[in-house]
Design a protein around this ligand. Sequence first.
Ligand SMILES: Cc1ncc(COP(=O)(O)OP(=O)(O)O)c(N)n1
Ligand SMILES: Cc1ncsc1CCOP(=O)(O)O
Ligand SMILES: [Mg+2]
Length: 256
Amino acid sequence: MCNTQARVLHIFYCTNGHSVTLGVKTMKKMVKQVLKKSSLHEKLRLYGILGGETLQGITYREATMQAIDGGMTCMQVREKHLDKEQILKMISEIKPICDEAGVPLIINDDIEICKVSDASGVHLGLSDGSIAEARKLLGEEKIIGATAHNLEEALAAEDEGADYVGVGAAFGSNSKGDAIKLPSLDVYNLITSSVKIPVVAIGGIDIDNIGTLAGRHLAGVAVISALFGTQDIKKSAEDLRNMADKLQHEKLRSGI
Ligand SMILES: Cc1ncc(COP(=O)(O)OP(=O)(O)O)c(N)n1
Ligand SMILES: Cc1ncsc1CCOP(=O)(O)O
Ligand SMILES: [Mg+2]
C-alpha cells in the first residue's frame, strides 16, 4: 500500500500482524542494494584491471572502449605510481565510458578516491584498510572487493562485509612483483564451496591457461597483461570473455 502524497510506503507483514513504515528513499535504496548483489556475479565475469604501465602506447579511453567492445564486464583502476590528482583525471576520462556501458568501475586501494569520483566501488587488499571502515564511509550501495589467498582470508573478508573476493595468484604474475602463486588451483574449489560471495581468480591468467579454471564455480577472472598488455585489446577481450563464459562447464577443466 502506498501513500505517494506523504512520500511514505507502508509494508504490511500479514503473517504476524506487524507492519513497518518505510520512506520512498529507503525503499529505493533497498531495491538498489538487492539489484547490486544479484547482478554482481555476472558483472565479475571478465574483470579488466587497467594501469598506464601496461598499455602499449594507446590512451586510457581507447583501451577502455576496446575492452568493453570485446566483452569486459567490470573494470578496475590500478595505478601504483600516479598521485591522487592524476588518478582522478584518469578516472574522469574513463568513467563516462564505463557508466554508459553499465560496466562497474572499481578503484584499487583508495577509498577516498572511490568516494570523490563516485566510482562503483573499491578493491582492498589485506593491508589497504578495513572493509568495515570502507563500508561505513562508502555505504551499502558501493561494491567492496577484498583480496584473499586462502580459505581463512576469504571467510574473514565475507564476514567483514566484502561483496566479492579476488583470489590469487592463480599462475603467478609478471604484473605484481610480490604476487605468490597459489599452492594449487583446488584452493578455488575450497573457497567457492565455503563462501556465499562471488569469487574471482587473478594472477597470470591468459587464453592458454584459463580453461583450467573451469568447474571451480568462479564468478569470473581478473586480468591485467593478457588484456591491456596486448596489441589488440578488443580481440583479447573477446577471446577471454568467450572462455570466461564457459568456466562453469566441468568438461573444460581437463583441457581445451
Ligand atoms: C580483483 C582483484 N583481486 C585481487 C587484487 C589484489 O589486491 P592487493 O592484494 O591489494 O594488491 P594490489 O593490486 O593492490 O597490488 C586486485 N587488485 N584485484
Ligand atoms: C593485482 C594482482 N593480484 C594478484 S596477481 C595480480 C596481477 C594480475 O596481473 P596479470 O593478469 O598480468 O598477472
Ligand atoms: Mg591493494
